[in-house]
Design a protein around this ligand. Structure first.
Ligand SMILES: NCc1[nH]cc(CCC(=O)O)c1CC(=O)O
Ligand SMILES: [Mg+2]
Length: 340
């Protein structure tokens, strides 16, 4: 036994001074446990019809609805910054919306055209499509409704399968069901296999909460007006629940999801941590529109320092266990990270 054996209280002051390691930049860097890099970022973006359109989203300053020619300009920026993937959200013209949401699987639909354009010009950038009916239904719900206005599960799933297949056909690398119907991951997986799209990945919005932080998004895609006073409580998760998220995620993995997502982000990092600890699978988190709006508004008022708080919020998601983050700040963050 060494004569320098620590005493029982060796972990206490002054043997241990936590501030020693924090004193200098070199030792702070050496002990850093987590890192945010450009490889962690997915850029969600809104696409619309037309040419030369960059239409600002009122509740998301700095975010625009882009016509396909403009999308290519911003996608080039993403490609140059080596942002791994883009997630597409189409803004459907009112006249293309219907009760049966048929525009969702139109091979010449906006999302399908956007996928083809992106894959043609930037094959190295991953393209993720949103599988859900809300941009296409006249009532703004993510699924088909019955006479009582209830979103029916199995018929909706059949529609989602058609939508997912049309995205895969157009060349989407990843389909991302964000609708929260039961059983849709299995149904989509089976259909992809049957269609010969065995390598199309599925990113499941597995634990998607019925959150009020989605407000600006519904504004951006124009589903807010359609939804009116409606809500999504009968299919999205109750913010009060945590164990239920593990149940949801277990089911989606069993059905064939390659990646799972928790959404929203910052108020739900406890869920991210539990999911990562429990399943150890590729786990993603969505810094949603309302989070973006909060950070942007406070920054614009000079109340918060934008770059610092945004990078901190994203790093906190990594620390919670996320492998990647969907964020409207993706391109800015990639630039800040490169400059830093
Ligand atoms: N399928 C709808 C969908 N897909 C992504 C978001 C929200 C994203 C955000 O707020 O940034 C929503 C909104 C909703 O569920 O009403
Ligand atoms: Mg589910």
């Amino acid at each position: 036994m060494s004569s320098h054996q620590f005493k029982g209280d060796s972990m206490s002051f002054p043997n241990t001074r936590m501030r020693r390691m924090r004193r200098d930049d070199f030792s702070r860097r050496l002990m850093r446990e987590h890192q945010l890099t450009v490889n962690d970022l997915i850029w969600p973006t809104f696409v619309c019809e037309g040419k030369n359109v960059r239409e600002p989203v009122g509740s998301m300053p700095g975010v625009n609805r882009l016509s396909l020619d403009q999308l290519l300009i911003d996608a080039e920026r993403a490609a140059k910054l080596k942002v791994p993937a883009i997630a597409l959200f189409p803004v459907t013209p009112l006249e293309a919306k219907s009760l049966d949401a048929a525009e969702a699987w139109n091979p010449m639909g906006l999302a399908q055209r956007a996928v083809r354009e992106l894959k043609k010009h930037f094959p190295e950038v991953g393209v993720i499509t949103d599988v859900a009916l809300d941009p296409f239904t006249t009532h703004g719900q993510d699924g088909l409704i019955n006479d009582d206005g209830y979103v029916v599960n199995d018929d909706t799933t059949a529609a989602l399968v058609k939508q997912a297949l049309s995205h895969a056909e157009a060349g989407a690398d990843v389909v991302a069901p964000s609708d929260m119907m039961d059983g849709r991951i299995g149904a989509i997986r089976e259909a992809l296999e049957a269609q010969g799209s065995a390598n199309t990945r599925i990113l499941s919005y597995a634990a998607k909460y019925a959150s009020s932080f989605y407000g600006p998004f519904r504004d951006a895609v124009g589903s807010a007006g359609n939804l009116g006073k409606g809500n999504k409580y009968t299919y999205q998760m109750d913010p009060a629940n945590s164990n239920e998220a593990l149940h949801e995620i277990a089911l989606d993995l069993e059905e064939g999801a390659d990646m799972v997502m928790i959404k929203p982000g910052m108020p739900y990092l406890d869920i991210v941590r539990r999911v990562k600890d429990e399943f150890k699978v590729p786990t993603f988190v969505y810094q949603v529109s309302g989070e973006y709006a909060m950070l942007k508004a406070a920054s614009q008022n000079g109340w918060l320092s934008e770059q610092a708080v945004v990078l901190e919020s994203l790093l906190a998601m990594k620390r919670a266990g996320a492998d990647g983050i969907l964020t409207y700040y993706a391109l800015d963050a990639a630039e800040w990270l490169r400059a830093g």
